[in-house]
Design a protein around this ligand. Structure first.
Ligand SMILES: Cc1cc2nc3c(=O)[nH]c(=O)nc-3n(C[C@H](O)[C@H](O)[C@H](O)COP(=O)(O)OP(=O)(O)OC[C@H]3O[C@@H](n4cnc5c(N)ncnc54)[C@H](O)[C@@H]3O)c2cc1C
Length: 409
């Protein structure tokens, strides 16, 4: 990656290059797609990303030898700023690019980087994250999926849940227990799994908004090569923590840059058209949303500037994530005030459908990537320096803990 500072001329040239590309290609990836499994949307995303890679604009800061553009963080900042002017782009590749890609780049072996990075960057392959289990969500270190070494292969058995887009993914990053004899955080390892293996069973989960974006994933004696271990053996918890921080930054700062107020903008436009904008109480609420979104953008800019300066993503990412969840709660209530019944009942393809899905989908913001309560714990403990939560399983080997199905044995 280049580290030098750009001249004004280079900056303007690159801005124009981004704008020219986006004017031509950033159309048609709308989030209203009626396909409940969103296969159409992911196909559009893949096509867009492929074009981006052809134009030398994908994986901007990743090395050229791994399929990236080998450019500077400043180029990335410019891209984000230009990109923020193109509304209605989806975030379907957030997990693949915002979480799996940096993990492969940071912890992958040379062979793994050569094998996987370029296809991930161009979205030739899409990746998912397999952490949560029925008995291990907030307390994900209690996971029970196990990986056992047999010669040159790992044999994996267990179940994951809430795996976003597993049904359209080629690979997944999985954490599994490799040593139950030690404390729960010490006996976990991270693996790369081929999602198309017949021993991986993927079942859809039906959502309240009509979608089916996430899944239950079952592993029955799936054998994966020994070399699919990602990072050192039994150090999966350290890697998982890194991935969760990338996740909070990816969710909390989004894919755009600069100051953006997308929800306030849309709701204000709607209120202007319907005439409700003259209601002083509503105006007050819309203004508050505008301020919250502006403040969130500014904090995101600070987080990204820290990353640009070489700082690893830290607990500060939890601030953006928590704030995003609060903003969506306010948006849900404002949809009720501004859009009203149109968002409650709609005919297929109406704009009301978009608002309705946004209102229903907004509940996920306080759960996905770690619940609001967990973000508050992290902020209290690691940002504010408050005392840690008491730990009831300190020093106890995982096999002796009463978690998951071990409760019943
Ligand atoms: C849209 C969406 C997409 C997702 N995608 C993925 C994915 O791709 N891959 C993946 O692995 N997972 C994914 N998840 C799962 C997500 O990470 C978990 O749902 C989340 O971590 C919470 O775990 P849980 O559902 O088991 O809830 P639980 O951990 O059982 O929590 C239940 C309640 O208890 C509270 N609670 C738990 N522990 C504490 C504590 N110590 N202090 C205070 N309160 C506490 C929680 O805040 C919550 O209110 C996704 C979830 C959603 C909603």
């Amino acid at each position: 990656m280049r580290t030098d500072t750009l001249s004004n001329e280079e900056r303007e040239e690159f801005k124009l290059r981004c704008r020219t590309f986006l004017d031509e290609h950033a159309t048609g990836i709308h989030i209203t797609a009626p396909d409940p499994r969103d296969k159409e949307t992911i196909a559009l995303n893949k096509a867009f990303q492929g074009k981006l890679a052809e134009a030398g604009l994908a994986g901007l800061t990743y090395p050229k030898e791994y399929g990236g553009a080998g450019l500077t963080k400043e180029h990335e900042t410019i891209w984000r700023e230009v990109y923020s002017n193109y509304p209605d782009m989806t975030t379907q590749l957030t997990i693949s690019h915002g979480m799996c890609l940096p993990m492969l780049n940071e912890f992958g072996s040379e062979e793994q980087k050569e094998k996987y990075l370029a296809d991930n960057i161009s979205a030739e392959t899409v990746w998912c994250q397999m952490f949560s289990e029925p008995g291990a969500g907030s307390d994900v270190a209690s996971l029970q999926t196990k990986a056992e070494l047999d010669g040159d292969e790992w044999i994996i058995n267990g179940q994951k849940v809430w795996t976003t887009l597993a049904h359209v993914c080629d690979y997944g990053v999985l954490i599994a227990r490799t040593n139950p004899e030690v404390i729960k955080h010490a006996g976990i390892s991270m693996f790369i799994v081929d999602m198309r293996d017949p021993a991986v069973e993927i079942r859809p989960i039906h959502q309240i908004d009509g979608g089916m974006h996430f899944n239950e994933v079952f592993f029955t004696d799936i054998r994966i090569p020994k070399d699919n271990l990602l990072g050192p053996l039994h150090e999966g918890w350290r890697l998982a923590t890194s991935m969760l921080m990338y996740e909070r930054v990816a969710i909390g700062t989004g894919s755009t840059g600069g100051i953006t107020t997308p929800h306030a903008k849309r709701l204000i436009e709607y209120a202007q058209k319907s005439g409700t904008i003259s209601n002083p109480v509503l105006r007050q609420k819309l203004m508050k949303l505008y301020c919250e979104e502006t403040a969130k953008s500014l904090v995101s800019m600070r987080t990204r500037a820290e990353l640009k300066a070489g700082k690893a993503p830290g607990p500060g990412g939890s601030l953006g994530k928590l704030h995003g969840s609060k903003i969506l709660r306010d948006v849900r209530s404002l949809i009720n005030d501004v859009v009203g019944m149109e968002a409650d009942a709609w005919a297929e393809g109406d704009r009301g459908q978009w608002w309705g899905r946004l209102a229903l989908g907004s509940f996920q913001a306080g759960i996905a990537g770690g619940t609001d309560e967990i973000q508050k714990n992290i902020i209290g403990d690691r940002v504010l320096g408050l005392p840690r939560e008491p730990s009831v399983d300190k020093g106890v080997p995982f096999k002796d803990l009463l978690v998951g199905t071990q409760k019943d044995s």
